[in-house]
Design a protein around this ligand. Structure first.
Ligand code: T3D
Length: 256
């Protein structure tokens, strides 16, 4: 697929995917949703971590409000275009880091929040901007945010639609980390490199177990852990991890 709205660059095993409509703070149109969905579901074998970020001063401003085609039938757009894009993130074969380089508003905030790890620069903010234009939070916001920060803060963020600063988001448990602006790029790359050299298949199982935990009782979660750990125990990364520990050296995980 020819990429017109995103930039994609691979460095070693890290794929940097950058939303590239900086004049409108990387607002999402149909083409961008298609390109993100395509890119995240068609990773080359060598990719073991994805970094999702934005060009310019913003991360993503959510739905492109100048795109009349999306405004005609919001339900269809969400079902046919947003859900596949969000599932491409949550079902991605490798960990996805959201590197939130600036404001993340509306669906732009919520695509960051469904990523596995969110690292935001200190000057970034997260805005559940939807009620400002008479909508409700979508793109998974009503599912993810109350689970992450509790109903009281989720309701405040959604009803008041005010910016939640990166520091507040980290303090509340909405994101992993807020980082000083000058350190942001280096911290993101260090974390991406760390994950790209880790036990990829174990990461996949962790993501599956954590997602399932929201719907499982303890018994079913323990059953799932046993099943997934059984598979992890047969992986070459487990053999390598134990071997490296016993030989007092760094493990060389292959992701298998
Ligand atoms: O299908 C469906 O529609 C359903 C799905 C809905 C999902 C949603 O995401 S709904 C929520 C949509 N997003 C918003 O309501 C946010 C709108 N944007 C803003 O509130 C602000 O722009 C920001 C808080 C993101 C940034 O503010 P600021 O002051 O830093 O920048 P700015 O001047 O407002 O924006 C810069 C430019 O980007 C500006 O264009 P201009 O004047 O320089 O030509 C602005 O119009 C444009 N822009 C920003 N956000 C959007 C946008 N253009 C189109 N769509 C946007 N979402």
């Amino acid at each position: 697929m020819e990429l017109q709205t995103i930039l994609v660059e691979q460095q070693d095993a890290v794929l940097r995917v950058s939303m590239n409509r900086p004049d409108m703070m990387n607002a999402l149109n149909r083409r961008m949703r298609q390109e993100l969905t395509y890119t995240l579901t068609n990773l080359s074998d060598g990719v073991r971590c994805v970094v999702l970020t934005g060009e310019g001063r913003g991360f993503c401003s959510g739905q492109d409000l100048t795109d009349a085609s999306a405004a005609i039938d919001l339900e269809r757009t969400l079902r046919d275009e947003y859900e596949p894009m969000l599932r491409a993130i949550t079902d991605c074969e490798v960990p996805v880091i959201a590197a939130v380089n600036g404001v993340a508003a509306g669906a732009g905030a919520n695509i960051a929040l469904v990523c596995d790890v969110v690292i935001a620069t200190q000057s970034a903010s997260f805005i559940q901007a939807f009620t400002r234009i008479g909508l409700i939070p979508d793109a998974g916001g009503t599912w993810y945010i109350p689970r992450a920060i509790g109903a009281a803060r989720a309701m405040g963020a959604m009803l008041f639609a005010e910016p939640v600063t990166a520091s507040e988001a980290a303090d509340w448990g909405m994101i992993w980390q807020a980082v000083a602006d000058e350190d942001f790029a280096a911290v993101v790359m260090a974390r991406a490199t760390q994950l790209s050299q880790g036990p990829t298949s174990a990461y996949r199982s962790i993501r599956k177990a954590v997602a399932a935990s929201f719907g499982n009782d303890l018994h079913h979660q323990l059953q799932l852990e046993a099943e997934l750990q059984g598979k992890a125990g047969q992986s070459s990364d487990f053999t390598e991890g134990v071997g490296a520990f016993l030989q007092k050296r760094k493990p060389n995980f292959t992701g298998h």
